[in-house]
Design a protein around this ligand. Structure first.
Ligand SMILES: NC(=O)c1ccc[n+]([C@@H]2O[C@H](COP(=O)([O-])OP(=O)(O)OC[C@H]3O[C@@H](n4cnc5c(N)ncnc54)[C@H](O)[C@@H]3O)[C@@H](O)[C@H]2O)c1
Length: 249
């Protein structure tokens, strides 16, 4: 694959599986130096790191708890110590704790908002100073179409993803004068461990609603991340791009 991202440094949160893993593989294969985070399943993270390193790519996994300001700061400090810059941050890590509002506990709410929204906020804040002094940078947030459309049984998750859109647009306005571009990708239904939890019935119902009549593969989200990271998207900021097979039209 063409090495469009040679010399670029990218941080990808939640890179050890699903969409995050596909993003790590895609950016590394295009020559980026990738720092990916995991918070569980160390063996899987190490296996991906070893495989990609053996293939000649630059990937390092670090254990990070993205709900902790200290842990996120240590990640960014480590990247700066090693390579002195951050070109791209991909806020991908996210969780679900689905249930109807009447049954949703305060903890279900807090866990999802803390990981999906506060985690992204902390990561943006941690890379911001470096990107501002570089007068260049890109932040790519992984939202969801349910942050636009809503979804029953997911008031916590949808609120967090709607929040990601607000974060994206506000930060895009705050940082545009420093040439830092902030965009959001809103995937529809993607086949990953996260959607494995859905029942067969729920999955079929989703598939029939999607104009393209199929779920996305994680690689189809990663390719849009690569677009935002590329110079082809240097005049795009504050945007939310649905990558959903037409679901949210
Ligand atoms: N799968 C889908 O259909 C779908 C659709 C729309 C949006 N998304 C979004 O895409 C992103 C990735 O989803 P996925 O399906 O690959 O999920 P996944 O569950 O397969 O992976 C999530 C990743 O986030 C990491 N993570 C979770 N909590 C963390 C924490 N506190 N600290 C650090 N890392 C943490 C996990 O370790 C894991 O690597 C999420 O933001 C999700 O909301 C997914």
């Amino acid at each position: 694959m063409e090495k469009r991202f040679a010399g670029k440094v990218a941080i990808v949160t939640g890179g050890s599986r699903g969409i995050g893993e596909a993003i790590v593989r895609r950016l590394a294969s295009e020559g980026a130096r990738v720092y990916a985070t995991f918070n569980s399943n160390e063996e899987k993270a190490k296996a991906i790191q070893d495989e990609l390193t053996n293939d000649g790519f630059s990937v390092r996994f670090l254990r990070v708890e993205i709900t902790s300001e200290q842990s996120v700061k240590e990640l960014v400090d480590e990247v700066i110590k090693e390579v002195g810059r951050v070109d791209v941050l991909v806020n991908n890590a996210g969780i679900t704790r689905d249930t109807l509002l009447m049954r949703m506990s305060e903890k279900d709410w807090d866990d999802v908002l803390d990981t999906n929204l506060k985690g992204a906020f902390l990561c943006c804040k941690a890379v911001c100073r470096t990107m501002m002094s570089q007068r260049k940078g890109k932040i790519i947030n992984i939202g969801s179409i349910v942050g636009i459309n809503g979804n029953p049984g997911q008031v916590n998750y949808c609120s967090s993803k709607a929040g990601i859109i607000g974060l994206t647009k506000s930060l895009a306005k705050e940082l545009a004068s420093r040439n830092i571009l902030v965009n959001c990708i809103a995937p529809g239904y993607v086949e990953t461990d996260m959607t494995e939890k859905l029942t067969e019935e729920q999955r079929n119902a989703f598939a029939t609603m999607i104009p393209l009549k199929r779920a996305a593969q994680a690689e189809e989200i990663a390719s849009v991340v690569a677009f935002f990271m590329s110079d082809d998207a240097n005049y795009v900021t504050g945007q939310v791009l649905s990558v959903d097979g037409g679901l949210a039209m």
